[in-house]
Design a protein around this ligand. Structure first.
Ligand code: SF4
Ligand code: SF4
Length: 464
């Protein structure tokens, strides 16, 4: 009998990347890679690489656990996913991280920008609007785990500090500022004022690359000096910082190990987040046919480029395993020790037992038992050690401070090419829109942002 050239694994719904209509999609394995085969009645068939590691892709399903949902949902389920955001009653995960975009404007016009920001685009949200958006997050979440002030560039908002002051009055466990770092680099007093919002306040700093040419491609400017100056100020203030790297195949995917090594040497840096480019918004220097990179490719390249991490150290994050992978590294006495391999995956899936297990330790055993044990002499940081991403393993370690912990996170936001309705229902990074709906990051940039809403309305007429 004739035999297919692939192994059929699963079926899901996706989107046609041209018209954004919902289409059938098969997940198949071929040549040790995972592909999505789609067919749009109007625009024909397409094949999309979604992972280059079949075993990792299959292992993701073992990380599913009962969904934690928000205290309230915001919309009804009517047109079907993804046209009902949100969050509609069919969503399967609360907001682990909520982005609050306080302005459309920016002091840069990056060639890569999902929000299409620029110095003249859109407007600043008013202080009252921002307060309502923040209040909406609290109504959904009670005590939100992580709220990220974003934009555009939030630091250029005229009421920036009033917004920070208000956010700090709310029961938000961890507040982040998503910034390109220009103001932090150019104005030390500004950075010093930011540091007053610690503890539980962190800078999410656009970083991308050490290379001038890469920064010009992604950001339209040579920001190498800005990056250096920003890190110098943040180090001086020991202001917790995550480096954020937008990853584009063939452009900066060879720098990931070096960025992790660099981050480990900076006193202020608590981790690096790698985000494969989402095909959405402004993408002037991006060719979808050659420049897309998948989560598993990023994971594999990190493992190739840094000797610190091995395969078992970068694992799926259970709240949204299709899109998130992570590793913990412990910074101790000048050494860097991978920690995730000590996580028992079964404990990760049990919300009541989500803690680091350290008994199987080898060379680190003595040191770690000492540090993880109770009764202690080292002063504990005021910073909440386990606040970042609620579903990461909690670390109860009286002798450790937040600065001992370093996270490597891969955060892949699906786009119309690799969109998978099964997976998007678990999306846990959400954006508050100006009507105070809470919309998954993925669908916001495809269907809900600004002029995209026109296409969404047309699609709703297709699915009445
Ligand atoms: S992505 Fe979530 S909120 Fe949006 S339509 Fe689908 S289930 Fe509903
Ligand atoms: S990517 Fe960030 S820094 Fe660049 S234009 Fe957009 S909002 Fe501004």
């Amino acid at each position: 009998m004739p035999v297919r050239k692939y192994t059929y694994y699963d079926f899901t719904l996706s989107l046609c990347e041209q018209c954004l209509k919902r289409v059938d999609a098969k997940i198949v394995f071929r040549d040790e890679k995972v592909y999505m085969l789609k067919h749009c009645p109007e625009h024909g068939a397409s094949t999309v690489l979604i992972a280059d590691d079949v075993e990792y892709y299959k292992s993701i399903r073992n990380y599913n656990k009962p969904s934690e949902v928000p205290l309230r949902f915001n919309t009804k389920t009517h047109y079907g996913c993804p046209y009902d955001c949100g969050l509609c009653t069919d969503h399967e995960q609360h907001s682990c991280l909520t982005v609050v975009e306080i302005t459309d404007r920016c002091n840069l016009t990056c060639p890569t920008c999902y929000a299409c920001s620029s110095p003249t685009y859109g407007r600043h949200r008013t202080l009252e609007e921002v307060k309502k958006m923040l209040d909406a997050v609290v109504l959904n979440e009670g005590e939100p785990d992580v709220v990220q002030l974003s934009g555009g560039e939030p630091t250029i908002h005229p009421d920036f500090f009033a917004i920070l002051d208000y956010a700090k009055t709310l029961p938000i466990k961890h507040l982040m500022l998503n910034t390109n770092g220009i103001r932090i680099a150019q104005d030390f007093d500004f950075a010093r004022r930011l540091a007053e919002y610690q503890p539980d306040f962190e800078i999410y700093l656009q970083f991308d690359s050490f290379r001038n040419g890469v920064l010009r491609e992604l950001r339209g400017a040579d920001l190498t000096r800005i990056r250096d100056q920003a890190i110098e100020h943040l180090n001086k203030l020991n202001l917790s910082t995550t480096l954020v790297v937008t990853v584009q195949k063939g452009l900066n995917d060879d720098e990931m190990g070096a960025i992790i090594d660099y981050g480990l040497q900076q006193p202020c840096v608590r981790g690096v987040t790698f985000q494969p480019t989402q095909i959405a918004g402004r993408l002037d220097n991006f060719r979808p046919a050659t420049d897309r990179i998948t989560l598993t490719e990023v994971r594999r390249k990190i493992l190739e480029q840094t000797p610190i991490l091995k395969g078992e150290d970068i694992i799926p994050v259970p709240c949204n395993p299709d899109s998130l992978a992570m590793a913990y590294i412990l910074k101790l006495d000048g050494g860097n020790f991978p920690l995730t391999r000590y996580v028992n995956p079964q404990d990760l899936l049990d919300n009541s037992k989500n803690t680091i297990v350290y008994e199987q330790d080898d060379v680190l055993k003595g040191k770690m038992i000492e540090l993880f044990s109770t009764g202690n002499s080292v002063e504990r940081s005021e910073e909440n050690l386990h606040a970042i991403l609620c579903c990461l393993p909690h670390i109860e370690a009286p002798n450790l401070t937040y600065s001992n912990l370093f996270r490597v996170i891969i955060m892949q936001f699906m786009d119309a090419h690799n969109f998978d309705v099964r997976a998007v229902k678990k999306s846990c990074v959400h954006i508050v829109d100006k009507d105070c709906r809470i919309i998954p990051f993925e669908t916001m940039n495809l269907l809900y942002r600004d002029e995209k809403a026109v296409r969404l309305q047309e699609l709703k007429e297709v699915y009445p």
